[in-house]
Design a protein around this ligand. Structure first.
Ligand SMILES: *[C@@H]1O[C@H](CO)[C@@H](O)[C@H](O)[C@H]1NC(C)=O
Ligand SMILES: *[C@@H]1O[C@H](CO)[C@@H](O)[C@H](O)[C@H]1NC(C)=O
Ligand SMILES: *[C@@H]1O[C@H](CO)[C@@H](O)[C@H](O)[C@H]1NC(C)=O
Ligand SMILES: *[C@@H]1O[C@H](CO)[C@@H](O)[C@H](O)[C@H]1NC(C)=O
Ligand SMILES: [Zn+2]
Length: 964
């Protein structure tokens, strides 16, 4: 599945200093809330479903019968399916949207059995002579009679018991006829809706991964049960039908008195069920008019295509496909590549083979309105999904426990593909910010988990869904990047190429990839201290990562499991004792690069080739998944270098030094003062990556101190640091009239303006307020540069009063583009007027004003404002019953709400309030229970941190800003 299904981005990019943290957070939040929506709707739709489905028992008894196991038996293997589906785009007499269909599956009997077990979920199956399916023998085989058949609800099976066994080696076909609900639950065959010219349009579409193909038709719904699919869709003549392969011309049919189209599709390649897709819609498409071998089409709502929002995706798809054909040394396996933008979609995107489905924001790009971040999102998501066309689709991992390989790989190479499509964006650097640094925060907690799971630990659909997290995507991507770097990209891609060749149209496990990489190593001049498998085992079979300490005085290098909280206790045992084989690299004063494989806890007397007063910086370009600490002298030399000629240290390592220092300080391995000192050179720094890491790390200081006496000196320091950056961009953009050319400069311009405005740099507020006023004067003409919109809105609303707020509110209500509405919705929380914040809080519980799906995210945004936080906390406490009951107690966003409301908690008084809240509402927290416990724990940790660090931090900021 596409990126963005998990939360880590929302967590990593905590937008807190009110003005900061625009697009990424908004995207991540909206993804989270779409998931929420889907969960709630899944709940309500199952009660409205045509089948009455008893709730799935949460405490399964020990499995006894084959149908009590969650995995299919190995006795039958599917060969092909012939599936016809007819979705109804209008509700029936009961107001229900349904689909009907029938399916034939041809399967081979591998091992004699008198049981047929096949997945089927939420389908109402027609009975034939009292049974739920019809069985026929093929090629002379005689089909045994059916003894009994039933639906096994907890394991989602259709079970047929036979009077006599099926014969090994014989083939049979099973016919089913069924009705399902075309619900708006974002899973299986589902319904999405949108308005066009005031008219409601319904789209029938699919999301099968991981376990919902069984909701569309009975099938052997496991990734290794590959087969050929012959799809046919019946649909109204004004609609188009799409599926994985190319369609034949539709033919006219009459059903129930309706004149309809019947569209059949060419047989698919041999493929897994979770990669199937079918769509019926009134969309149009844009395509290249060249005679390329592969047909590339971008599909979306008619308006979006007419306005050219699909053009960017179209322009980039061809080059990215070419890049991967070259990288994999394998031509694109299909005749066509359709990509479609859906108004309702749960993940970021889904790599269905030949018909990739997207959220609109992940495929459509509107140059006048979307920011460069929006554009980058489109390029990387397309690249991620196209990478799967080979890795994942052509070769599929055998079971979901290897999901990390599938998703980690696509995450890593999506940056290579995007870099090829947009060579000036520094995409290969940005992976460090977007994936590596972000997930290190998660992986440094004792609650983390290893990348790889055992097959038997991932059985139930919920267990499979849980795997879609930031460890799987971002850590998976980070360790594969590390592997590719120490093997070299050339050797890595060679191994990959033979792996794809051997396992095409089939399945593999992660060790198969290691074998092929090892073969490529053997043919190269690369020398490794151990096999690929032995090295990688330490990175994928145990959680966490090391901090490598380099003592330049003694030449000693040592490693230790890095834990953000040094007092936390690791309960999860590791067969490798939390030691790693670490590819340590460093660059020294003269720019020479060196490397050393750290294979033990400690290595001594390494020659680091350093003279007196020379420095080294390790983990070049942060290609290794580890943090680095140094002896004091080396830290001092590095700080000196940063303050004199920071360009001598590679830009990614300047960001890394800041991020490592702040994290080491949290772990009590270096002083907080040292961490703060890594930000001193920023007054001369103009690059995005160092600024962005500093901004993210200083967020915590703002959270802790923005209501204390530290706030003033801290603001003064940041103002001093950011003023040159603000002036730099003023010059670069010729008085803010031009857009910076470089992608990362565009990002850093946003940082410059938001930090300058929030710290009161002269000229900043006037600038943003001026732009905003101009827009207020002429509401139909918004000339604010798309990249800057959120920052400008936020800063102008923060500086303004009720007029600015009301104007932004009316623009929010009038916005037709989702990303624009989201920017305004967040910016409205930036006001400093308590009454406006309180009124906005009230709006959050009025669905006519703020959609239910956005209520909790908006309350969280208000709480991220220092003035809004106590108001939001009071508001939520006062209305807890109402919120809890009307906004779904079982829903995940409550955890996010508690988390967002209590981030700043750091005092005895905060702790008491939290405890009282817990007591007063005991049993009323649902899924927020864990978040509440975490909030209590975090509040105590914050209190401790404040107690230890407050004076030190205050003194440091004072000394840095005092006129002496
Ligand atoms: C199919 O129906 C359409 C009207 O929906 C008609 O224009 C067309 O001629 C018909 N095609 C055939 C082959 O009957
Ligand atoms: C580090 O990254 C930069 C791009 O930021 C690149 O130019 C340089 O070659 C990389 N260095 C190494 C040793 O890979
Ligand atoms: C920028 O604007 C200021 C006034 O706002 C003006 O004095 C200055 O000349 C302008 N500079 C350029 C390069 O246009
Ligand atoms: C509201 O939206 C409509 C349609 O997009 C537009 O024509 C109109 O000018 C907008 N109103 C204002 C006040 O911007
Ligand atoms: Zn993916």
């Amino acid at each position: 599945m596409g990126k963005g299904i998990f939360l880590s981005k929302a967590v990593a990019v905590t937008c807190v200093v009110a003005a900061i943290g625009a697009a990424a957070t908004i995207i991540a939040l909206s993804v989270v809330f779409a998931q929420e929506k889907s969960k709630n709707e899944a709940l309500s739709s199952s009660t409205a479903s045509p089948n009455t489905i008893p709730p799935v028992s949460t405490t399964p008894s020990t499995p006894k019968e084959p149908w009590d196991h969650y995995r299919l038996p190995h006795s039958l293997a599917p060969v092909s399916y012939n599936v016809t589906l007819w979705p109804r785009l209008k509700p029936d007499a009961n107001g229900l949207y349904i689909f009907t269909g029938h399916s034939v599956v041809v399967f081979r009997c591998v091992k004699e059995t008198d049981l047929i077990i096949i997945h089927s979920n939420k389908l109402n199956l027609t009975k034939f002579e009292g049974h739920l399916a019809k069985l026929t023998g093929l090629n002379g085989a005689t089909a045994p009679g059916l003894k009994t058949s039933w639906l096994e609800i907890p394991t989602q099976f259709l079970v047929l018991q036979l009077n006599s066994p099926l014969q090994a080696g014989s083939s049979y076909e099973l016919f089913t006829d069924f009705v399902g609900e075309l619900a708006d639950d974002l899973g299986g065959f589902y319904r999405s809706e949108y308005l066009e010219d005031g008219e409601k349009k319904v789209v029938a579409t699919t999301q099968m991964q991981p376990t919902d193909a069984r909701k569309a038709f009975p099938c052997f719904d496991e990734p290794a049960m590959k087969a050929v699919f012959h799809m046919t869709l019946i649909h109204p003549p004004e609609t188009v039908a799409l599926s994985n392969s190319i369609s034949y011309d539709p033919v006219n049919v009459t059903r129930d008195g309706h004149s309809l189209f019947q569209t059949a599709f060419e047989p698919t390649k041999i493929m897994s069920t979770y990669l199937l897709a079918f769509v019926v819609c009134e969309f149009t498409f844009t395509t290249t008019n060249t005679t390329e071998e592969v047909l590339i089409r971008i599909w979306a709502r008619r308006k979006a295509i007419e306005e050219g929002h699909g053009n960017y995706a179209l322009e980039k798809t061809g080059p990215i496909l070419k890049f991967f054909e070259h990288y994999y040394n394998s031509s694109y396996p299909l005749k066509k590549s359709d990509q479609i933008a859906l108004p309702d979609f749960s993940a970021g995107a889904m790599e269905n083979w030949g018909l990739i489905t997207y959220r609109e924001t992940a495929l459509l790009y509107n140059p006048g309105v979307s920011s460069n971040g929006d554009k980058e999102w489109v390029a990387t998501v397309i690249s991620h999904e196209l990478a799967h066309m080979w890795f994942g689709n052509l070769v599929t991992t055998r079971w979901w426990n290897d999901l990390w390989l599938n998703e980690g790989f696509a995450t890593y190479v999506s940056y290579l593909g995007a870099d090829y499509a947009e060579p000036n964006w520094n995409m290969k650097d940005l992976i460090v910010l977007n994936e590596v640094i972000g997930v290190m925060g998660v992986d440094a907690l004792v609650s983390s988990h290893p990348l790889s799971s055992k097959e038997e630990d991932v059985m139930r659909p919920e267990q499979i869904s849980e795997l879609f997290d930031s460890i799987t995507y971002s850590k998976g991507g980070s360790v594969l990047r590390m592997l590719s770097e120490f093997l070299t990209e050339d050797v890595f891609s060679r191994g990959l190429q033979t792996y794809l060749k051997e396992f095409q149209y089939s399945n593999a496990v992660y060790t198969d990839l290691w074998k092929h990489l090892q073969m490529a190593v053997a043919e190269s001049s690369i020398v490794l201290p151990h096999s690929v498998e032995v090295i990688m085992n330490r990175w994928i079979l145990q959680m966490g990562f090391p901090v490598v300490t380099i003592d330049t005085k003694t030449g000693n290098i040592s490693q230790k499991h890095f834990l953000l909280n040094p007092d936390s206790v690791v309960n999860r045992p590791s067969e490798f004792n939390y030691e790693w084989f670490v590819p340590v690299t460093w660059i020294n004063t003269g720019g020479a690069e060196q490397s050393y494989w750290l294979l033990d806890k400690e290595a001594t007397n390494i020659n680091m080739s350093l003279g007196a007063n020379e420095w080294l910086v390790a983990n070049i370009n942060m290609t290794g998944f580890y943090r680095v600490n140094y002896d004091t002298e080396n830290w001092e030399s590095l700080l000196a270098k940063l303050s004199t000629k920071h360009q001598d240290i590679p830009v990614i390592n300047r960001a890394q030094l800041i991020d490592d220092a702040f994290n080491l300080a949290r772990a009590k391995m270096v002083s907080t003062t040292l961490a703060l000192r890594t930000t001193k050179f920023l007054d001369k720094e103009v690059e995005y990556m160092p600024w962005e890491t500093a901004r993210r790390n200083l967020n915590y200081f703002f959270l802790m101190f923005d209501r204390s006496e530290v706030y003033g000196p801290m603001q003064a320091y940041l103002k001093k640091q950011v003023t040159p950056l603000f002036n730099h961009f003023k010059e670069l953009t010729v008085n803010w009239t031009k857009i910076p050319e470089s992608h990362t400069d565009q990002y850093n311009q946003v940082n410059a303006i938001s930090m300058a405005c929030s710290t009161g740099v002269e000229g900043c507020k006037e600038l943003t307020t001026g732009w905003f006023r101009e827009w207020m004067k002429n509401p139909s003409l918004n000339k604010i540069s798309p990249n800057l919109k959120y920052t400008v809105y936020c800063s102008a609303i923060a500086a303004g009063g009720v007029d600015e707020w009301d104007f932004a509110w009316s623009m929010f209500k009038n916005a037709t583009i989702a990303s624009e509405a989201d920017k305004l919705m967040s910016a409205l929380a930036c006001t400093k007027q308590p009454w406006l914040l309180n009124r906005y809080l009230e709006y959050c519980l009025d669905p006519a004003k703020i959609r239910k799906q956005d209520a909790t995210s908006t309350i969280i945004t208000i709480a991220s404002n220092a003035i809004g936080q106590p108001l939001a906390w009071d508001f939520v406490r006062a209305k807890w019953n109402h919120i809890f009951n009307d906004y779904g107690g079982g829903s995940f966003s409550f955890g996010g709400l508690i988390n967002g409301l209590t981030k700043r908690f750091a005092s005895e008084f905060d702790l008491k309030q939290l405890k009282d809240f817990k007591e007063d509402n005991a049993g009323q927290f649902g899924s927020a229970t864990a978040a509440l416990e975490q909030a209590l724990e975090r509040t105590e940790a914050n209190m401790q941190w404040m107690a230890v660090n407050k004076d030190e931090v205050l003194n440091w900021f004072n000394s840095e800003t005092s006129p002496l």
